[in-house]
Design a protein around this ligand. Structure first.
Ligand code: ADP
Length: 191
């Protein structure tokens, strides 16, 4: 028998709201926008390209300063810079794992991206954060398992002291949105 699944587009967790929207992350008005960056921090395609294009050169300049200070950003880590001309205070750059079959610690590294991004957000005092679907574009992570990791990690972090009140996933295409809505439905019904 097929498993009965219901989709969800939002979940209240303590005093935080975890929600899913379909759209372009560069159009969000939030305190912090998370970027699916690469270790070089020098820009790239996908969300990264869109953030640098719309945010302007101040973001790349700030990324260069981070590189000079601490070198490349490790997979699973996160660091904040200015958001330049975006309607946000900060961009939090995180580096997702390149998917390589699933046995190379990809789930752990992907969870680390969301955990570290939220640690940085709490340190900054951000009250609203927008996340893309890290690793499921150019880095090839299959969206169904990536959605489960992303949402369960963010839910686990949402109960921590100082967690942002709004945790919003901004999903670019319908397939990705549907996968996240199904994963959130499973998370919600699991209690
Ligand atoms: P990665 O290299 O981590 O896989 P990508 O940027 O290639 O990152 O893709 C991650 C996800 O972000 C994909 O689902 C892609 O469709 C989506 N994406 C691309 N541009 C945007 C955007 N402007 N806003 C939100 N999501 C986007």
């Amino acid at each position: 028998m097929a498993e009965a699944t219901s989709t969800l587009d939002a979940l209240e967790i303590g005093s935080s709201r975890l929600e899913l929207v379909r759209g372009d992350i560069t159009a969000q008005s939030v305190d912090a926008i998370v970027n699916a960056a690469n270790s070089s921090l020098m820009g790239g395609g996908g969300v990264d390209g869109a953030i640098h294009r719309k945010g302007g050169p101040a973001i790349l300049e700030a990324c260069r300063a981070v590189r000079a200070r601490q070198g490349r950003l490790a997979t699973g880590d996160a660091v904040a810079t200015t958001a330049g001309e975006l309607d946000a205070r900060w961009v939090i750059h995180t580096v997702g794992p390149v998917y390589n079959g699933g046995d190379a610690r990809e789930p752990e590294l992907l969870a680390s991206c969301y955990r570290r991004s939220l640690e940085v957000a709490r340190e900054l005092g951000a009250t609203s954060v927008a996340f893309p679907s890290v690793s499921t574009g150019i880095y090839g992570y299959p969206v169904e398992p990536a959605a489960a990791v992303a949402l369960s990690t963010v839910r686990e972090q949402a109960v921590l002291e100082g967690s942002p009140a709004l945790l919003r996933f901004v999903l670019f295409d319908q397939h990705t949105y549907d996968a996240y809505a199904a994963a959130l439905g499973r998370l919600g019904s699991a209690g």
